[in-house]
Design a protein around this ligand. Structure first.
Ligand SMILES: [Zn+2]
Length: 263
């Protein structure tokens, strides 16, 4: 069994055929799909979609760095209100820093991220972290909380050996590995094989984005996570079942609430 730890299956890209997409995921051995939230206005739709597939879809809560603007305090207040004692969220996410396209709200992004790191501690949830062109700044924030028991996933990891060393020095964290691993020119297979033990990896699609080979360039969906598992099996010289078992075990360890919500 596999877990897709990061899929935007609540997106409008799936409005026409979500039941079929979920059926194909089940057929491919996907046991559950975790859905990141990106802003307050998306929560309603996400919860509605999750309600249609309880026991299969599990939501997260968070303000995405690209959704941080001058009104981020209000957005964070709205989101935090949903973090009640019996909230259904498996993680705080997706949160982080993204200075790739736009650094207009750099300081706001940093503040919003740190606030949500504190939520992860207060509400005892893992972090689903998005980081682009901001690795050093990200580590600087996390460094302040080293040893506090933070856990989580560095989603869509595509870095080099140095990045691995920096990020995996945070013990409760794993790398989220998806379609990029299967791309022909990707250096990721080599980086993983030499520097990342399989017990620090969780699977993800980031669908509808980042479709793996042989679907590259098309809409991605959770069923395609099997191609990522297959490639990992090749890289680590293991059979596919071992990769599925280990990465699922890793996910359950990090997303502690998931098995409780499921039973
Ligand atoms: Zn995402």
């Amino acid at each position: 069994m596999l877990i897709d730890t990061h899929a935007h299956i609540d997106g409008e890209e799936f409005d026409e055929d979500r039941p079929e997409v979920i059926e194909r995921a089940r057929q491919a051995g996907v046991a559950s799909i975790f859905i990141p939230n990106v802003n307050p206005s998306g929560v309603g739709k996400m919860m509605q979609v999750c309600a249609q597939y309880p026991d299969y879809l599990f939501p997260m809560i968070g303000l995405h760095p690209e959704d941080v603007d001058a009104h981020f305090h209000e957005a964070l207040d709205n989101l935090e209100q949903l973090l009640t004692d019996d909230n259904p969220f498996v993680a705080i996410g997706e949160v982080g820093l993204d200075f790739y396209w736009d650094t207009t709200f750099k300081t706001q992004q940093l503040e919003a991220f740190e606030t949500q790191v504190q939520w992860a501690l207060t509400y005892q949830l893992p972090l689903m972290i998005h980081c682009r062109s901001a690795n050093l700044e990200l580590v600087e924030v996390l460094e302040k909380y080293r040893g506090c028991g933070l856990t989580g996933v560095f989603h869509c990891f595509t870095g080099n050996e140095e990045d691995v060393m920096r990020l995996l020095s945070f013990e409760g964290f794993a790398l989220g590995i998806g379609g990029v691993l299967t791309f022909k020119k990707s250096k990721l297979p080599e980086v993983l094989a030499h520097h990342v033990p399989l017990d620090r990896i969780v699977l993800e699609t980031d669908s509808p984005y980042m479709a793996p080979v042989p679907h590259r360039g098309k809409r991605n969906e959770s069923a395609f996570v099997e191609h990522v598992a297959e490639r990992l099996a090749e890289i680590y010289g293991l059979d596919r079942k071992a990769v599925e078992d280990t990465t699922t075990h890793n996910a359950i360890k990090i997303f502690k609430k998931y098995p409780l919500l499921r039973s």
